[in-house]
Design a protein around this ligand. Structure first.
Ligand SMILES: [Zn+2]
Length: 525
């Protein structure tokens, strides 16, 4: 019950302020008063922010919390379940917890939410329960209640037509003889109007002369309940137990106070734990000159057009690559083009490998013995890249992660390693039996490394380019399972790390590059 927060916890305390003039009840407001406790301060400061600069900003605000007016005079929002007694001025908080039976709870909620007038016919209720839910248009109002509000009350037995029966039974004098089913004290029938009324009484004086608060809850008050509300809170559901608290919230800086801080407040108070460990504050996307995108300026980049032109993978990779913590993204169309080339490069690498793979390839895997320095070199780099990508992702450094996998695939794998393998892959088969088996073994070692490293690289690239990697992964004979998403993320392995070979091949690369540079200086070919 949100309004009875009088004891303990984070101490959001109910306080109802009357307006200065009794004649203007609309001016009255409901506030949450702030009190502080040490353990709460410790809890709320354990949330990590990325970039870290936002943490100070957030903590400053939390330390200087002001009372929060949670009632709003707007049309949209959750109605506040407060009824004022016109006779004794008592402020009554009534919730569905005050009713035992599921039908009563439903009817009360319909009335409290303003969906049903408190003068109704059973048919009206039935119509509302059968109508589409506003929140989930594919569900009826009743389905929504059953799934999200009343799942604990054997709600499978509730249906709209039996609800009508519930009232017919009441008008039937025989019902009086059935113990325990009487709703007589809760509903009153007006034979003239042929309508029912749910009887709500003042808790203090028993008067029925009540007036419901007209204000609705501040949007951010409702949104603050989201981290646990969606999992069936206040019930201790399996989902809630498993999924609260969660790891990460991704959001924009402009709602750190409105939403993030309030989710943390509510979670700390009602669930005794912060709702998430990490908050990632994402960048804003601006145009290449750093201007905000707007339709009037005409500098808007439409993601759907970009996907059409360059592919969804290029769009996703571009945004990841340009996402540097604490900085806005300056976006231009040229960027997407660059990463579309990258996607093509990866595709062509896969083609090269698969075109040179014999159909019975899998059986050749044990040839690993004859690896050459360049094979061990690329394996070492694969491990280093896996480590770099993983570390960057742990720190939500998407740009570094994207850069590492990009450089590995584009430069190390495609430009160098594939070139190194061509000599073995394209070597003609000798006539001589012994020679032949040696060449085949070397070729297989190259192919094995190509397959092994490329498949792992696809997994590293998968979070950034999900479509192309999934597509290619299924074409590789070593891929086992339903989806690349379900494979393990590669890790650096000591037994696949060869520092000497890495150094040797790096030196060779330098020499080759130097020769190429000289050649191009001398314009030789
Ligand atoms: Zn009263």
């Amino acid at each position: 019950n949100l309004y009875r927060w009088l004891e303990g916890g984070f101490s959001l305390v109910e306080e109802i302020e009357r307006g200065r003039a009794e004649l203007e009840p609309a001016q009255s407001s409901i506030k949450v008063r702030v009190e502080r406790e040490k353990r709460t301060t410790e809890r709320v400061s354990k949330v990590r922010f990325f970039p870290d600069t936002w943490k100070k900003f957030y903590l400053d605000w939390m330390r200087n919390l002001k009372d929060w007016c949670i009632s709003r005079q707007i049309w949209w929002g959750h109605r506040i379940p407060v009824w004022y007694c016109e006779d004794c001025k008592e402020i009554n908080v009534i919730t569905d917890d005050d009713f035992d039976r599921a039908y009563d709870k439903i009817i009360f909620n319909l009335i409290a939410d303003g969906k049903l007038e408190n003068e109704f016919t059973p048919e009206e209720i039935e119509d509302i329960l059968r109508s589409p839910s506003f929140v989930h248009p594919h569900m009826t109002v009743l389905d929504f209640y059953k799934k999200f509000a009343f799942h604990r009350y054997h709600s499978t037995e509730i249906d709209a037509s039996s609800l009508r029966l519930f009232f017919t039974q009441e008008t039937n004098p025989m019902a009086l003889l059935t113990p325990g089913v009487s709703t007589r004290s809760l509903y009153r029938y007006d034979p003239k109007k042929k309508k029912w009324r749910m009887v709500l009484r003042c808790g203090k004086c028993g008067s029925e002369n009540l007036r419901q608060e007209k204000d609705v809850l501040d949007t951010w008050f409702s949104s603050a309940l989201w981290p646990f509300g969606v999992f069936g809170w206040p019930e201790d559901t399996e989902d809630l137990k498993t999924l609260y608290p969660t790891d990460l919230l991704v959001t924009g800086f402009d709602i750190i106070f409105f939403w993030v801080a309030r989710m943390i407040m509510m979670g700390t108070f009602l669930k005794e734990d912060v709702p998430f460990d990490d908050v990632y504050v994402h960048a804003l996307v601006r145009d290449e000159k750093g201007q905000k995108m707007s339709k009037t300026k005409g500098n808007v980049i439409d993601p759907l057009e970009i996907i059409e032109k360059y592919g969804a993978d290029a769009l996703r990779f571009t945004l990841a690559a340009l996402t540097i913590q604490g900085r806005d993204i300056r976006l231009s169309e040229k960027r997407f083009e660059g990463y579309k080339h990258f996607a093509n490069k990866v595709w062509n690498a896969a083609r090269y490998i698969l075109m040179n793979t014999p159909p019975d390839f899998a059986t050749h895997l044990p040839y690993m013995a004859s690896l050459r320095p360049e094979d061990r070199w690329i394996m070492t780099l694969l491990g280093e890249t896996a480590h770099a990508v993983d570390t960057a992702l742990q720190n939500y450094d998407f740009s570094s992660a994207a850069r590492s996998i990009y450089e590995f695939l584009w430069s190390d794998f495609c430009d160098w390693y594939i070139e190194f393998t061509k000599e073995r892959i394209y070597r003609p088969m000798p006539e001589d039996e012994e020679e032949r088996s040696k060449v085949l073994s070397e070729k297989t070692a190259a192919l094995y490394t190509l397959h092994y490293v490329f498949e792992k690289a696809l997994r590293l690239l998968h979070p950034f380019m999900p479509f192309i990697t999934e597509e290619l992964w299924h074409r590789f004979p070593a891929s086992e399972g339903e989806s690349i998403s379900l494979t393990d993320f590669p890790v650096k392995k000591e037994e696949e790390t060869f520092p000497e070979d890495r150094e040797k091949v790096d030196r060779l690369k330098e020499i080759i590059s130097a020769i190429r540079a000289i050649r191009s200086d001398l314009m030789l070919e």
